[in-house]
Design a protein around this ligand. Structure first.
Ligand code: ADP
Length: 447
């Protein structure tokens, strides 16, 4: 097993990884920017190294300084968390060249899935259904018009290197396709350094349903069921639940089995998520994330499996601790992403947290690196906490989530807690009858 893991991240996920390491008897190294010298992950880690100034590009994305921090501290592995360098194949490769184990899949698998066009082609060959769309990228204006007509409007133009809900344009009429493709290319070039775009059918009322998988170095791969992440704003997830209110056990095991077998054949190592849009009983692959995800705790709550621990174990060359028939699902879990933002306009609200008190009680988990007196820096993601609860039933879960949200004290800044409370009072949300566009309509009606 590893002796020392360097955590190449910040915030709640850095703390989450630290916790898994300590429970396995592994020493931890925190890295941080100057702005984060007072951060909780820095306080709790066994060692801490400053890797650069405030801007992420100079610190959390600074490969040379992170590798140097590994060498100085003698860390034998790096956990990248999510965001930052977690899906950077070059970083994974450089770690390998320095004899440091990157806790994640092989660089070539990260690269393949990081390009959405290649990812779609790859999973299609492995027998996974994909959203109908262009075969590969769209080069010329003529191609755009022809492909748009073939697929049928509405369509969505997407950047192959896109992420974080950015680099997407919905097109409802042929007259707009050429402009949309060109705008998307320019934006993709600026944001991701790759202007390639593709077109796919725009689904009008799907749910976002994703399967958690984990594989080891011996071609074993299992699935841990699905998460429903249909509550989104600007293609970004706001609240997630597991299991999905619309997926039955037969479907879960059938589709989960297909993705786990496909990834076993592929030789996938580590944790991964296969994302689908689900409409009229059919699944359509959109992308794969080759890292731990923000919403992984809802799966942990209903399976009892520590995903970060498993990631570390398989990276160290151990066999998966679980076979598929050992994975059992109990109860229902939901996660609220708590952002330092106005709950309805989403204006960022960084600043000092004057009072912090997390809710507790049976089956309540608050993953956060915030503490009383902590100053939220304005340079990074606005998510400051995740509140995850489990109930025996979906209704029980909602009751517990509501009382936990009402107990949560984060004073001094605005947070999205009031939005979550309103959602939990909403009849459509309570019934489980919502699609990926529902939250935006709810917010329009509210504002
Ligand atoms: P990102 O990598 O930026 O998260 P994804 O490809 O995962 O991008 O898509 C994010 C979200 O965008 C989806 O959950 C869904 O809400 C919306 N979306 C993506 N593709 C389509 C599509 N073909 N039809 C309708 N909505 C889509």
């Amino acid at each position: 097993m590893f002796k020392k893991v360097l955590i190449a991240n910040r915030g709640e996920i850095a703390l989450r990884i630290h916790r898994a390491c300590k429970e396995m008897g592994i020493q931890t190294v925190a890295v941080h920017s100057t702005a984060d010298s007072d951060a909780m992950h820095v306080r709790v880690a066994d060692e801490a190294v400053c890797i650069g100034p405030n801007a992420s590009a100079d610190s959390y994305l600074n490969v040379a300084n992170i590798i140097a921090a590994c060498e100085v501290t003698g860390a034998d592995a790096v956990h990248p968390g999510y965001g930052f360098l977690s899906e950077n194949a070059n970083f994974a490769e450089i770690c390998g060249e320095h004899g440091i184990k990157f806790i994640g899949p092989l660089p070539e698998h990260i690269r393949m899935m990081g390009d959405k066009i290649t990812a779609k082609e790859t999973v299609k060959k492995l027998g996974i259904p994909v959203v109908p769309g262009s075969e590969g990228g769209v080069d010329t204006d003529e191609d755009a018009v022809r492909i748009g007509a073939e697929i049928g409007y509405p369509v969505i133009v997407k950047a192959t290197a896109g992420g974080g809900g950015r680099g997407m344009q919905i097109v409802r009429n042929e007259s707009d396709i050429v402009t949309a493709v060109n705008t998307c290319k320019t934006e993709a070039k600026a944001a991701f350094g790759n202007e390639e775009v593709y077109i796919e059918k725009f689904l009008e009322k799907p749910r976002h349903i994703e399967f958690q998988i984990i594989g080891d170095q011996f071609k074993n791969c299992i699935h841990l069921g699905e998460r429903d992440c249909s509550l989104q704003r600007r293609h970004q997830k706001v609240l997630e639940e597991a299991p999905s209110p619309v997926i039955d056990m037969e479907t879960r095991m059938r589709v989960g089995g297909i993705v786990a077998d496909a990834m076993a054949n592929f030789g996938y190592e580590g944790a991964g998520t296969i994302e689908f849009l689900y409409e009229d009983g059919e699944f359509f692959f959109i992308e794969m994330n080759t890292r731990i995800q923000v919403e992984h705790p809802v799966t942990e709550m209903i399976t009892g499996i520590d995903l970060v621990r498993e990631q570390i174990r398989v990276a160290a060359g151990k066999k998966l601790h679980y076979s598929q028939d050992m994975v059992e699902f109990h109860g229902h879990a939901m996660e609220c992403r708590v952002n330092a933002e106005d709950p309805f306009t989403f204006m960022p609200s960084p600043g000092q947290v004057t009072q912090y008190h997390a809710p507790g009680g049976l089956n309540v988990r608050a993953d956060s690196a915030v503490y009383s007196g902590y100053k939220i820096p304005p340079y990074y993601d606005s998510m400051v906490a995740k509140l995850i609860v489990k109930g025996y039933t979906r209704d029980g879960c909602m009751m517990r989530l509501l009382r936990s949200l009402e107990e949560y004290v984060i004073d001094g800044i605005k947070t999205t807690i009031p939005l979550h409370i309103e959602l939990l009072h909403n009849k459509d949300f309570q019934s489980g009858d919502y699609d990926i566009h529902w939250l935006e309509k709810f917010l329009d009606a509210h504002n």
